[in-house]
Design a protein around this ligand. Sequence first.
Ligand code: 5GP
Length: 209
Amino acid sequence: MKLDEKGLLIVISGPSGVGKGTVRSALFDMTGHDLVYSISMTTRKPRANEVDGEDYFFVSKEEFEKRISEGKMLEYAEFINNYYGTPLDEVERNLNLGKEVVLEIEVNGATQVREKMKDAIFIFIAPPSFKSLKDRLMSRGTEPVELIEERCNKAERELHLAYMYDYIVVNDSVENAADKIMAIIRAEHAKTERTIQKYKQILEEENEY
Ligand code: 5GP
């Protein structure tokens, strides 16, 4: 029996290179949950393997700023000279359909979501060590050296912000991390504050017999 039928808004953050994307894919491969990934919008140029409308919606700075002024972004942030943000309409539509919506965003954006969506769950993915993170960023080979340096510095600063999140999940292995996130989602659905209304309703129905 399901006591909580509303979808959850799940915010996942973590420094560049921590493997958020890989953990997210593993999470989405697990069956039994109706997860929807919120595709972000960015002014960053696509990487060689990235597809518009799948990895991101790639737009111009003007288009992005227009959307901000029209109130169409749930949150947005500037990250290494580019805008990144979450289009609001799809998030609302999917939550209203009872689906779990997953955002993969950096910490400033997560703070904005915390202020606007009181029910959201915040998960920080941490590396097993700072060295492993640096090694991953260096070996990724998708960016010029100066940008890698900048990402490393930013990553180090972000690691200190994990305390703002509800959960910290160490990405020691992709399967472990995805398993833990799924366990968090299941436990959150069972929380009294999410289930009590339906539970009371069931008790009242039983009293009628
Ligand atoms: P990347 O350039 O590596 O794809 O992303 C850079 C950073 O931007 C990552 O930490 C990523 O999680 C974050 N990011 C991606 N989409 C969004 C978004 O919609 N909003 C915010 N605030 N950050 C995002």
